[in-house]
Design a protein around this ligand. Structure first.
Ligand code: FRU
Length: 468
């Protein structure tokens, strides 16, 4: 059973046919088609020793499921799961590096694929790299999620870990992807203040050049839980990464995690994250859990990391409405609704204290996406939209202004897909959350402003189609 009738199941997001998904893995554009692999339990909506699920798309919007690519096996290295990893093109041979887990040990394993990426063969020499002897004394809490790239003098790879109680990535070099030499911790000093939000473990490191600088994405594990990904922007020199600034990649609470990116044939840096559920799936009698985010492009403009949803998603648009220069005061319903929507709007402050959008999912159950002008923040309040099985993380706050500048104008790009709410503010800050209303569907949208009148400079909204 897939849970296809579950009203909370997204209709235009990438997710497995049934069962559980977590991290996107090995994302690649290969022979003109986009492939996303992902951490997957095909039989139940809960984490279990992961398989690699696999889906392919011609347009970044419509996805087709392909057979599971990697399955945990009793054979040497991965009986307890094929954990996260990456895809590389080894001189024409599709190759996956992943974390094989067995008897508590995490190690890097390799598999090679058929030209269509459907069939995968694990390397007989697995695992190809293990915790380096020089670090044995550290009793590493994690050694996983290899991310590899090619340079003139060979292959390099990062492995996510924790050193001295804080997140770190270990750098390796190899001539052939099979023999790996450990070099050193990739980020030399956390003490410089830039990398002040390390968390305890770095999961899923992802390193790439972007618009003249370098970016390291790391997912920050803290205590006993995943938290959120950070993007570190900085300088790559002498095989070390020196972060110059940090930006949180998504402000949702434990909802967008383990992002992984690819460089597509058009030169775009595209990123997907894992959208974790925020309800107790089994109590809710679900058959599925988890989805991939919509693909976003990443760019650096004047040192600022920008995020945008890919324009390909515009093909999902159906009926729409448009407003220009509309004053908003109180609660004003829009002439458009539905459980699958896209909204683009620019708000200006006027005399209002707060202004934004109310998604009225069901009677008495709504989500407010509002700008608190004075505080310089966006607030996404899902307290009345989590349903009986929701967890309690319910008001997300995204700081838009630091250092006292007045906030006068905000642009919002919002995607609602049943239980998934993804938004990007000012083509920069992202926030993803989940909603699970339980009452009879209302699916209305209203503009809201209180404490005065705000102006909607422009608004466009569309109902969106399904991809499955
Ligand atoms: C991140 C993560 C990875 C690991 C995978 C296991 O969500 O914990 O570090 O490889 O999930 O499914």
């Amino acid at each position: 059973m897939s849970g296809a009738h579950d009203r909370h199941r997204p209709r235009y997001h990438l997710l497995p046919p049934t069962g559980w998904m977590n991290d996107p893995n090995g994302v690649v554009e290969w022979q003109g088609r986009y492939h996303v692999f992902y951490q997957h339990n095909p039989v139940a909506p809960r984490w279990a020793p992961p398989h690699w699920g696999h889906a392919v798309s011609d347009d970044l919007v419509h996805w087709q499921h392909l057979p599971v690519a990697l399955t945990p096996e009793m054979s040497p290295a991965d009986a307890d799961g094929c954990w996260s990893g990456c895809f590389v093109d080894d001189g024409g041979t599709p190759t996956i590096l992943y974390t094989g887990v067995r008897a508590g040990e995490q190690a890097t394993c390799l598999a090679t694929g058929s030209a269509d990426l459907v069939h995968w063969r694990k390397d007989p020499t697995n695992p190809v790299s293990r915790v380096p002897g020089t670090l044995a004394a550290h009793a590493l809490e994690a050694y996983r999620d290899p991310y590899a790239w090619r340079e003139d003098d060979g292959w390099y790879a990062l492995v996510g870990t924790s050193l001295g109680g804080v997140g770190q990535a270990l750098l390796y070099r190899s001539p052939d992807l099979r023999r790996w030499e450990y070099l050193h911790p990739f980020v030399p000093a956390h003490a410089d203040g830039v990398c002040d939000d390390t968390g305890q473990i770095w999961e899923c490191p992802n390193f790439f050049a972007l618009d003249g600088e370098h970016v390291l994405l790391v997912s920050r594990w803290q205590g006993t839980a995943l938290t959120y990904p950070n993007a570190l922007v900085g300088r790559y020199a002498e095989r070390r990464f020196h972060p110059g600034s940090r930006q949180r990649l998504d402000w949702g609470y434990r909802c967008f995690y383990a992002p992984l990116s690819l460089l597509d044939d058009r030169g775009r840096r595209l990123v997907w994250g894992w959208l974790q559920e925020q309800r107790h799936v089994e109590r809710a009698n679900g058959h599925w859990a988890g989805a991939a985010s919509l693909p976003r492009t990443l760019t650096l403009e004047d040192g600022v990391l920008r995020q945008r949803f890919v324009p390909e998603l515009e093909t999902l648009r159906g009926a729409g409405v448009r407003l220009d220069d509309a004053p908003v005061h109180g609660v004003q319903p829009l002439d458009l609704g539905g459980p699958a929507l896209e909204l683009r709007l620019t708000l200006s402050r006027g005399s209002a204290a707060m202004a934004g959008v109310r998604l009225r999912h069901a009677p008495g159950e709504h989500t407010d996406v509002v700008v608190a002008w004075e505080a310089g923040r966006l607030m996404v309040d899902t307290r009345r939209a989590k349903g009986p099985h929701g967890t309690d993380y319910a008001v997300d706050t995204l700081p838009l202004v630091r250092g006292g500048a007045a906030l006068e104008r905000v642009s919002l790009h919002v995607y609602l897909d049943h239980s998934v709410l993804e938004l990007i503010v000012d083509e920069r800050h992202a926030l993803t959350t989940r909603v699970y209303p339980s009452g009879p569907p209302l699916d209305e949208v209203a503009l809201v402003a209180n404490g005065g009148t705000a102006t909607v400079e422009t608004l466009e909204a569309w109902q969106l189609g399904a991809i499955w």
